[in-house]
Design a binder for this molecule. Structure first.
Ligand code: HEC
Length: 129
């Protein structure tokens, strides 16, 4: 039985390891430098950029009240729009790893999407004014 207790920390570590950061945590890690904690585009690095970071609280407002989930994820994904060479937004490799889940970004089609990308999109949705 003693061995069980010796293994417990290992088991716990394995659990912690498998924990996917929440969308909120990922936003804090990858986005606030430019977009600011509020998402309004007032991060501390914003002043040093040639192009001002978008106000992410107005995504829905600028899209006739509908959260543009697919566009947001494409932007983060960096394949469409994000990496046309003109945006200072980097690619976010870790957000694209891990499990794929079906996600409908608002266009009625559920596509297999990296779970952390979905998390960030869902978090951004909660920031909409
Ligand atoms: C290095 C600074 C920087 C970082 C870090 C950054 N962004 Fe951006 N982002 C920008 C800039 C500048 C723009 C405006 C220019 C453009 O659209 O490419 C922008 C635009 C966007 C847009 C487009 C908004 C629209 O109206 O279409 C989205 C969505 C976005 N960012 C999401 C994110 C998310 C989510 C993260 C974190 C995973 C992030 N950004 C990290 C600088 C950054």
């Amino acid at each position: 039985m003693r061995h069980f207790w010796m293994l417990l920390p290992l088991a716990l570590m394995a659990c912690v390891d498998r924990h996917e950061p929440t969308g909120r945590e990922d936003f804090q890690t990858f986005c606030v430098a430019c977009h600011g904690t509020s998402g309004r585009g007032d991060g501390e690095a914003a002043a040093r950029l040639d192009r001002q970071p978008a106000d992410l609280t107005g995504l829905s407002a600028r899209n006739n009240g509908v959260f543009p989930g697919t566009r947001v994820m494409a932007k983060i994904w960096g394949y469409t729009g994000g990496h046309d060479g003109t945006s200072p937004m980097p690619q976010f490799g870790p957000l694209l790893q891990g499990e794929l889940v079906p996600y409908d970004g608002g266009d009625g089609i559920a596509s297999p999407t990296p779970v952390r990308l979905v998390g960030i999109a869902e978090y951004l949705k909660t920031l909409q004014k």
